[in-house]
Design a binder for this molecule. Structure first.
Ligand SMILES: Cc1ncc(COP(=O)(O)O)c(C=O)c1O
Length: 350
């Protein structure tokens, strides 16, 4: 059966008459706006914060379109990619009927959002080298499988997922393949965005929370076919991206050189940290990373985690995740922070 979006969308979503915001219904120019029950006198700031923001964030999308080489109509913006993940569940998955596939160890919000939406999760763990078990995934797909989540580079393992494996799923699965590229800016692998014209069932997620340094603003990006983007825009809260975030992000997107320099230093620091960590006997394995963090296997993850906490250093203990026994995830910090970590590790007694 060929991919058809109608087969994937929930019936109530297909039939949804979306909320039309005050300024949606108006075209042309006007100077007096008495349509949205705003405070006409102003806001306590110089900015026009008394007015509702653009619900479709066009300025931001035009700027993103230039950087990414994707038409603005193929972009949706969420209050963090976490909002976009939740929207995909609500758009596609009928609670207590449909299911999704995830490949642990992976980002935790896929299964949290599944639980919130009362959607079953089929887990097909990654292989020993943290790649997709394509055969295993194809085997568990059933008529109620709506979404497959693939995180590349994967959190918490750090590696990129083989592109050809994802392409097999895109060809053989009639639901949506969601490729979460939160860490793509640190990766040697090219983005899946380039394949959007080839695969109507591809959804690519990115975020301004990582390399762009805007985690506090909550800006997640979704690239997909115009039909999918239209549905997301129908279902999302009308003003999900506030005016301050839109404005600041627009300025930030002009700072490509600064961001590229941060990426360069982060990758350099990652390689230095890997080299230094190899010297410690309690570090049993360092997994290859294409991200701004590394996963390491140590003799006793709980013990080392608590030790670092006692030294005021917080990392992420992943020992309870599938395939991650005694694993810790370390974000690459500034050169000073990484040095601080190494100095503490020098004093660690196993
Ligand atoms: C793989 C992955 N996807 C999405 C997110 C969430 O991104 P955002 O801050 O845009 O909600 C994270 C955050 O850590 C992540 O690791």
């Amino acid at each position: 059966m060929k991919f058809s979006l109608e087969n994937i969308l929930r019936k109530n979503i297909q039939e949804l008459k979306p909320y039309t915001s005050a300024r949606h219904e108006f075209t042309g120019s006007a100077s007096v706006f008495l349509d949205a029950n705003e405070n006409a006198f102003g806001s306590p700031f110089d900015e026009n914060y008394n007015r509702y923001p653009d619900p479709l964030q066009w300025q931001l999308k035009f700027q993103l379109a230039k950087i990414k080489g994707v038409p603005a109509e193929n972009i949706a913006i969420g209050n963090g990619s976490d909002e976009l993940i939740d929207l995909l569940f609500r758009i596609c998955c009928n609670p207590s009927i449909d299911n999704v596939i995830i490949c642990p160890p992976t980002y935790g919000m896929y299964s949290v959002n599944a639980a919130i939406n009362d959607v079953a999760v089929q887990q097909v763990p990654l292989t020993d080298t943290f790649q997709l078990n394509v055969e295993g995934i194809l085997k568990v797909i059933d008529e109620n499988t709506k979404l497959i989540f693939i995180c590349s580079p994967n959190n918490p393992t750090g590696n990129s997922i083989n592109k050809s494996d994802v392409e097999i799923l895109l060809q053989q699965f009639n639901g949506l393949v969601v490729v979460d590229e939160a860490y793509i800016n640190y990766s040697k692998q090219t983005s899946f965005i380039q394949l959007l014209t080839e695969f109507p069932n591809l959804v690519v997620l990115q975020t301004l929370s990582k390399a762009w340094g805007l985690a506090a603003l909550r800006l997640g990006l979704c690239y997909a076919s115009m039909q999918i983007i239209d549905i997301i825009n129908k279902v999302k809260p009308p003003y999900n991206i506030n005016e301050a975030s839109q404005k600041i992000a627009l300025t930030a997107l002009n700072q490509l050189d600064l961001v590229n320099e941060w990426i360069r230093i982060t990758i350099q620091e990652r390689e230095l940290l890997i080299k230094s960590l190899k010297k410690f006997s309690f570090v049993k394995k360092i997994y290859p990373s294409d991200a701004n963090f590394i996963l390491i296997k140590v003799a006793n993850a709980n013990h080392l985690y608590e030790f670092l906490i006692s030294r005021g250093i917080v990392i992420r203990n992943r020992t309870k995740e599938i395939g991650c026994t005694n694993c810790l995830r370390i974000t690459i910090g500034t050169p000073d922070e990484n040095e601080n970590l190494l100095q503490s590790l020098n004093t660690y007694n196993t």
